[in-house]
Write a protein that binds this ligand. Structure first.
Ligand code: 5GP
Ligand code: MN
Length: 340
């Protein structure tokens, strides 16, 4: 992580040079995407007169309690307002993604904006569309990077309770409750600082995790009972869902979050895959254990990427073809999967 390269940007912010800023994050934002964006918003609004958070799409209901949520503008359905705001901005922050294709059609709006662009991200293989960069693939979360930026240049006391609440949410969700291998002693030290600044970890946890609707619970139960398939010779678990099944459980944005972890919780399983027939494409989620680089597999076969142990991909092919392609291609990795 190179914090020092941001010095000219920070100096300009402190001199009040920027009047209008936009903060954006990836398609179907998750806890880290919204937590880091709204955490930065809570801080930046004291330094830049007009700050807006624009998401390319909607996001899960369990994130809509975050402080500042009422200020978020969703690009889909508000294209002209969002485009005008982005064209007028002199600063655009791109958080928790590093390729403009991750924000769909809004990517061209950002690319064409005259604003200086700042990328703050922790995913592999960044594209270069920005003037300012805070990028560290070893960082647990984008929220962690926002934390470092504020603490280093302004001091911990500039992290308000609202800011701490948002950043803690990003840290907690991207580390799977401080469980995944991206968690280390520094992650816990940051969490401690955020608690000191007023984040209420019990309330945050409840609002993120203890909010299943009956339909979502039934979907999880249905997947456990009828859809979870184990391929023991590959130490792999697979769940796939058809459009009809999504309708049956009235699946809303965010309802399938965490479903891929059901497979990874099985004894001996080191790779879990969730394949969903979404309206526009077939979307895939991959989770792995140990050194099985599932992001490389996702990039090779499903135009995807992400982190070593948590990646995604997509396909335009029909669901059956995608599932079959997964079954066929994953066989080549038997040796690697058995070795973990
Ligand atoms: P999820 O399975 O939670 O949707 O995504 C897991 C991780 O993979 C996230 O870090 C996300 O950014 C990344 N990811 C998900 N879908 C895609 C995709 O289609 N392309 C790329 N490059 N990364 C993805
Ligand atoms: Mn993230």
């Amino acid at each position: 992580m190179r914090l020092d390269t941001l010095a000219p940007l920070i100096e300009n912010i402190q001199r009040g040079l920027y009047k209008k800023a936009v903060i954006t994050t990836h398609h179907k934002p998750d806890g880290d995407a919204m937590g880091s964006s709204l955490g930065l918003y809570a801080f930046l609004k004291h330094h830049v007169g007009d700050v807006r958070v624009i998401t390319p799409t909607d996001y899960a209901d369990f994130l809509n309690w975050l402080p500042g949520n009422d200020q978020v503008l969703i690009y889909e359905g508000n294209e002209s307002v969002a485009t005008a705001l982005t064209e007028e901005a002199d600063l655009v922050f791109c958080l928790d993604f590093n390729r403009l294709s991750r924000i769909n059609e809004y990517g061209d709006v950002v690319r064409n904006s005259k604003a200086e662009k700042v990328m703050i991200d922790h995913h592999l293989e960044p594209e270069h569309f920005q003037q300012h960069t805070l990028w560290d693939p070893k960082s647990s979360s984008t929220a962690e990077l926002v934390f470092h930026l504020i603490k280093h240049y302004f001091g911990l006391e500039h992290i308000s309770k609202d800011c701490a609440t948002c950043l803690f949410t990003g840290l907690m969700t991207d580390t799977g409750n401080f469980q995944y291998s991206n968690t280390n002693s520094l992650t816990h030290l940051i969490a401690a600082d955020l608690l000191e600044q007023g984040a209420d970890h019990v309330a945050i946890h409840e609002r993120i995790y203890d909010v299943f609707t009956p339909n979502r619970s039934k979907l999880f139960g249905y997947c456990m009972l009828h859809k979870l398939e184990v391929i023991p010779e590959l130490r792999t678990a697979l769940i796939y869902l058809t459009k009809e099944e999504l309708q049956q459980f009235d699946v809303q944005t965010g309802d399938t979050e965490g479903l891929v972890n059901l497979g990874l919780g099985l004894r001996g399983i080191v790779l879990s895959v969730l394949i969903i027939d979404r309206s526009k494409m077939v979307k895939m989620s991959f989770r792995s254990k140990g050194d099985f680089a599932v992001n490389e597999y996702a990039a090779k076969y499903f135009n995807g990427g992400g982190h070593r142990n948590a990646s995604g991909g997509a396909s335009d092919e029909p669901l059956e073809n995608v599932v079959q392609k997964f079954r066929d291609t994953i066989k080549d990795y038997q040796e690697a999967l058995m070795a973990i």
